[in-house]
Design a protein around this ligand. Structure first.
Ligand code: SF4
Length: 395
């Protein structure tokens, strides 16, 4: 069987902007090198590369993680030149890069005979394309030329994924209500894997949800959910305190740290005295963030499409409810970062939005400790249910 590759527009159109990048991927990250790359650089014919390669610390943790490249005082990879370009790339060509450097920010997911191309939004240029590009989610299909077939997802996973994206595409739902509908779907599919009729039951459930959405019932239910400022306050406090105190995220040279710092400081200012400042927050919502999102109506929907697509929601290997709670909580936190910046600046630009989403995902997607912590804190504060996570979406 021939493998088919599906490529979304944001991945097809991507081009690295190199020295113009506002948060270069050669900055602030531990750059792990495989065994072959370590050897290639240390024995390179180019004397400058060879001398720089002396700064590779050999750890031999695994074939893929054989050594680590040194960083300069600014936290940049030592192979980066003054123009922000990689010397391995410019002197030896793309193929001489280590597998990690060749691949980033691309990623792929193989499911049955389908290969899903994606990219991580920890890269600012990918983030811009995902959030703002009109064709970000127009897909093209091509034969990959490979006969490799991966493990097929159970039928219920595929149906649930299609139903979740249908909620986001439903014109009668705004992004909050669509996410509420996806939460109800996640609750329905939790534990359904053993049911031989799972796929059919999910389809019926999703159709009933869509009917309710079109009749305005779903929007009505969502608007009648209580506003829970205390709940918001408690969750923000808990997360901000942890973010302030924990090593890898508070480390000044970690990837995106200075870009996250601005949003964090703005958020801390809103939490002064241990209480969320509701009035400035509401003003910023009405006067800055809502008008901005009216101008960019695709933004949150495209972000959610991305999260469903990139992670293959609902992955059969994890609880659908937990996956939904993760996404809802991320929306809650990202929205509060944007609100905090809006309060501080009195305005919001596209660059601010890219900064918030990209720098957040440079830890969210690349730091397992962060994900583990979030799940722990969501459990501790009893925010690990669909109802509690949906309450975070209320404004
Ligand atoms: S983060 Fe993205 S745009 Fe920036 S240098 Fe890396 S690949 Fe290029």
């Amino acid at each position: 069987m021939q493998q088919t590759t599906l490529t979304p527009g944001f991945a097809a159109d991507f081009q690295c902007i190199g020295g113009d990048c506002e948060d270069h991927c050669c900055q602030g990250w531990t750059i792990a090198l495989d065994k072959a790359s370590c050897k290639r650089y240390k024995k390179c014919g180019d004397i400058e590369i060879r001398q720089l390669a002396e700064q590779i610390t050999i750890s031999k943790d695994s074939q893929q993680n054989w050594g680590k490249m040194g960083l300069n005082e600014q936290g940049n990879c030592l192979f980066m030149d003054h123009g922000g370009l990689c010397q391995i790339h410019s002197k030896l060509g793309h193929k001489a890069l280590s597998p990690t450097c060749q691949t980033y920010p691309r990623s792929t997911r193989v499911q049955g005979a389908l290969r899903f191309e994606s990219m991580t939004i920890s890269c600012p240029e990918v983030c811009r394309k995902v959030l703002f590009s009109a064709n970000a989610f127009q897909f093209s299909a091509s034969q990959s030329g490979s006969n490799v077939v991966g493990l097929a997802a159970p039928a219920w996973v595929e149906v649930a994924h299609n139903c979740a994206t249908a909620m986001l595409s439903e014109s009668s739902l705004n992004w909050r209500t669509a996410l509420y509908a996806i939460g109800l779907l996640a609750e329905f599919v939790e534990g359904i894997e053993k049911d031989p009729m799972a796929a059919l039951r999910i389809e019926h459930f999703a159709q009933a949800l869509l009917n309710k959405a079109r009749q305005g019932e779903l929007g009505c239910h969502f608007s009648q959910l209580p506003n829970t400022n205390n709940h918001h306050n408690r969750m923000l406090q808990a997360v901000v305190v942890w973010l302030q105190q924990n090593g890898p995220l508070s480390h000044k040279q970690s990837r995106g740290a200075s870009r996250r710092q601005q949003a964090m400081q703005a958020l801390e200012a809103l939490l002064q005295g241990g209480q969320l400042q509701i009035e400035p927050l509401q003003q910023a919502q009405q006067q800055v963030l809502d008008p901005y999102l009216d101008e960019q109506p695709q933004l949150m929907a495209q972000f959610l499409f991305y999260r469903l697509y990139h992670n293959g929601f609902p992955a059969a290997t994890d609880s659908p409810i937990a996956q939904f709670v993760d996404i809802a909580f991320d929306c809650f936190l990202l929205e509060h970062y944007l609100l905090a910046i809006s309060v501080q600046q009195g305005q919001l630009s596209d660059a601010d939005v890219v900064q918030v989403f990209q720098s957040y995902h440079s830890t969210r997607f690349h730091n397992k400790q962060f994900t583990k912590f979030l799940r722990e804190i969501l459990k501790e504060y009893r925010c690990n249910t669909v109802a509690a996570a949906v309450a975070l979406l209320k404004r």
